[in-house]
Design a protein around this ligand. Sequence first.
Ligand code: PEP
Ligand code: CO
Length: 459
Amino acid sequence: MKNWKPNSWRKYPVKHVPSYENEKELNQVLSKIKSFPPLVFAGETRHLKDQLSQVVDGKAFLLQGGDCAESFAEFNPDNIRDTFKVILQMSLVLTYSASLPIIKLGRIAGQFAKPRSAPTEKQGDKELPSYLGDNVNGIDFTEKSRRHDPKRLFKAYSQSASTLNLLRAFSNGGFADLKNVHLWNLGYIKKSPQAKKFKELEDKIADALAFMDACGINSDFNRRLKTVNFWTSHEALHLPFEESMARIDSTTGECHATSAHFVWIGDRTRQLDGGHVEFCKGIENPIGIKCGPTSKPEEIAKICEAINPKNEKGKITLISRFGHDQVEKFLPKLIRRIKKEGLNVIWSCDPMHGNTIKSTTGFKTRPFNKVLNEVKNVFAVHQSESSYAGGLHIEMTGQNVTECTGGAKNISEQDLSSRYHTHCDPRLNADQALELAFLISDEIKKNSNYARNAIKAAS
Ligand code: PEP
Ligand code: CO
């Protein structure tokens, strides 16, 4: 990447990058951000990439989750704590089921910018610019709020810094101690038809922890049981912002996106000759690529080669999001193509974005069962294609919202209005997210057995 620069993307066509009325004001904000500290350190990003290379080999599993869009309104320490807690609890269930380390990656501390299906939104006779995320404009349907305001970029940067600061404190300060993580509240889940199975799994995890404790293997004995590695990620959509956060690592001379450890390219901006792919070619971070029904296998393979010419393990995560009933149609062809080219990728499943519907009560929602089915179908396809389903990518929150229907609490379309807080897509609430982890534990187990056998056969 000899001629690549953080601003090279500007020579390429870009979609979903907001325009601003006042260029000068935008550039002032970007220069200020450029002079502020990076949010993450290049050494951390290398550590994550190294861990991700284990997923490629079937020796670890990636769990990525958080808001569809973070917002200024929902920014408070309890929300950060609760999302973090649910991700740790899901990880514990998955670790136990898979007997594999789980890499914990939040869609947090920078997940603001959103691509939208239309540039404008109409309500009655009034038409205004669409809401593009709190780092660009406001969600209120007024002219003032929908104006693209560069100052919001700095507010989002500051919020990301505070969020990350608290996450680092939680990860290392004792909150993530294994014996605390297990103190979950399974209230509603225990009323589900699967309650007996959940109770059994919960008991087994408690027994395993008690056994370890009796043997003296606890957090007093080993600090690793008290701390976790928790990484951050977001869609690298707002390229002017990402450019201002791209920094040269003084220890290696390499360029890193320092806005997060991991960034991904969305399903709408992954054009091979587009600015988003160009930007990701030059940064050292691990990169996700969302693959929806319009993605062509040969094109995805070319994007992987362009971003990862050395075919480094852990560099690329392909995040499939076809929809529960489209998985069989699209995923096998994609897997075969990637295999044929010999490309090293992590296969992650986003069961959210292909299963969004409009409820009869007018809300964007996702039926829990469809989400669950997409995960099951993806795992089944990987098994029949002899490949390893190594990750799960979900939109979730630690709060008790009512945005996705179904789950043990059986949220109905009528219930959605009661606590519908998302600024963009509907998220699984804390109960639904943990329930999903329990419900896929069998698939995860089969899948990891498969991975282990495949590794044995290859060696
Ligand atoms: C998202 O992850 O919020 C998103 C917009 O996804 P996709 O690019 O897969 O549509
Ligand atoms: Co979303």
